[in-house]
Design a protein. Sequence first.
Length: 55
Amino acid sequence: MDQGELDAARQEAEVAIVVLDKAANKGIIHKNNAARRKSRLMKRLQALEAAAKSA
């Protein structure tokens, strides 16, 4: 994975977090549901970053 793809993944994660927070604040999804999704997203992003470092 090159640096451009990693930067794009970080930006998309930030956008997803904002969308999840807005949905939770409006009551579309539960706060804990949003937190769980953000946690899983960040876990995957960290795995990508670790894989990029080791490669």
